[in-house]
Design a protein around this ligand. Structure first.
Ligand code: BEZ
Ligand code: FE
Length: 292
């Protein structure tokens, strides 16, 4: 005889309903999800109006998604789930550079640029040169490593957010490290900025008294043969919100001094054109890929 569905037996009843040939990993993930979800509902004594409100919220999150906007990822970001998943998947091994979230503003086709080129196509803001080396964990340089770079402008907007204001590909570039694994490019110091708040995620931030800002940063995806791809940022030391990133993506090891340089000879060396400018220098240490 079937037993009644009770608070105590509910989760196991759902899990036992999975067919015996269910994929092992799917069973493991779903069983854990059901147990935690039921434990959560019991813990807060979830009411029917609250359940309805949650369904309405998630429905609106879905309606806010299209080819250019992913409100579910944004929700995952502000709940810390993106960073937690990122951190679990990229447990730090020794000296390898730490990873952080990809974010929604990466585009597939960053324009290839030569070392030393500028990614700033507008000419406002504080000039800046970014230099460094890509090496493996044992210090061996990685010539030919590629660095896909993107950033917001000095007003805190990405090119794709201002199609009528910024030239397409402003703040973006794909660079290839030289024979010594070295890279350099010119840009402007990016600004801190708010994540999109005109959807349900914005409502959630407002309802919980949270701000929407991310500290100033430059994104990187670095790739080198025989190594795991690295998705990371460098953060501008001293930026607003460096202590309270709304997507929890700051790691201390990724905070870099954007040092002020006033020496005209350095401006000439780095083709910056004027002083003062900023110089950010950091090495990227890549983790060897696991052997197949
Ligand atoms: C970004 O850095 O581009 C970003 C990351 C997470 C949410 C929104 C923006
Ligand atoms: Fe960003």
């Amino acid at each position: 005889m079937a037993t009644d569905f009770t608070e105590e037996t509910a989760a196991e009843a759902v899990i036992e309903s999975f067919a015996p040939d269910t994929d092992d990993r799917l069973r493991e993930v779903l069983a854990s999800l059901v147990r935690h979800l039921h434990a959560f509902a019991r813990d807060v004594e979830l009411t029917i109006p609250e359940w309805e409100k949650a369904i309405d919220f998630l429905t609106r999150v879905g309606h806010q998604c299209d080819d250019e906007r992913q409100e579910f990822i944004l929700l995952s970001d502000v709940l810390g789930l993106s960073m937690l998943t990122e951190t679990i998947s990229n447990r730090k091994f020794g000296v390898a550079t730490e990873s952080t979230v990809l974010g929604p503003f990466h585009v597939v086709e960053s324009p290839a640029r030569a070392l030393g080129d500028t990614i700033d196509l507008v000419g406002t803001g504080t000039p800046c040169v970014v230099t460094g080396r890509v090496v493996s964990v044992d210090g061996t340089p990685l010539p030919g490593a590629t660095l896909d770079v993107w950033q917001a402008n000095d007003q805190g907007f990405y090119d794709v957010q201002q199609p009528d204001v910024q030239p397409r590909t402003n703040g973006r570039g794909l660079f290839t490290a030289d024979d010594q694994g070295e890279f350099w490019f010119r840009t402007i110091v990016p600004s801190y900025y708010p994540i999109p708040t005109d959807g349900p995620v914005g409502e959630l931030l407002k309802a919980t008294g949270r701000h929407a800002f991310r500290p100033a940063h430059i994104h990187f995806i670095v790739a080198a043969p025989g190594h795991r791809d690295l998705t990371t940022h460098i953060f501008v030391a001293g930026s607003e919100y460096i202590e309270s990133d709304t997507v929890f993506a700051v790691k201390k090891s990724l905070v870099v001094d954007f040092e002020e340089v006033t020496d005209p000879a350095s401006a000439e060396k780095w083709r910056v054109g004027k002083v003062p400018f900023r110089h950010a220098d950091f090495d990227i240490v890549m983790q060897p890929a696991p052997k197949a």
